[in-house]
Design a protein around this ligand. Structure first.
Ligand code: CMP
Length: 136
């Protein structure tokens, strides 16, 4: 059934000129773009967005990376969009992500992995409220 998810096209993708390539994949799949903005994460937003990771060893460099420049945040909708988008994005580590996925085709890193996508209905709801409070 119809759902919404939050995607962040990360600063590495913006720097590499891959924003259009990544959005095109979502569009060609048949997903709708309900909201889209270019924004630079600040430290407070990073800590909120990644609340479940703030105590992990990989978090300080992740925070530095995610706040290093503009990213593109979007809300996508469609049938089972949370799982569909995670499949399109691929596994966290770009070195292990399957070819044909966004990370599998364009990333060689488990940090600079081009895109974030909500991993469950609860996180989608929380992340959409955080990035797009004006969306109901
Ligand atoms: P993302 O889907 O945005 O969710 C958490 C992010 O943390 C992940 O993508 C990676 O960018 C990063 N990440 C997860 N695990 C590691 C790790 N082991 N080392 C470095 N970065 C990681």
């Amino acid at each position: 059934s119809d759902e919404r998810t939050l995607v962040l096209i990360k600063p590495d993708a913006v720097r590499r000129g891959l924003v259009g390539e990544i959005i095109a994949r979502f569009e060609r799949k048949g997903l709708r773009i309900d909201a889209l903005v270019s924004r630079t994460m600040d430290a407070a937003l990073a800590d909120e967005h990644y609340a479940e990771h703030v105590d992990k060893a990989f978090y300080p460099p992740l925070k530095d990376f995610m706040t290093s420049g503009p990213l593109v945040a979007l809300v996508l909708s469609g049938d089972q969009v949370i799982d569909v988008v995670r499949a399109l994005v691929g596994a966290t580590d770009g070195r292990k992500a399957v070819a044909g996925t966004i990370r599998g085709d364009f990333s060689l890193s488990n940090r600079e992995n081009l895109a974030h996508a909500s991993d469950s209905p609860d996180s989608a709801k929380r992340e959409i409220a955080l990035w797009f409070p004006e969306l109901d």
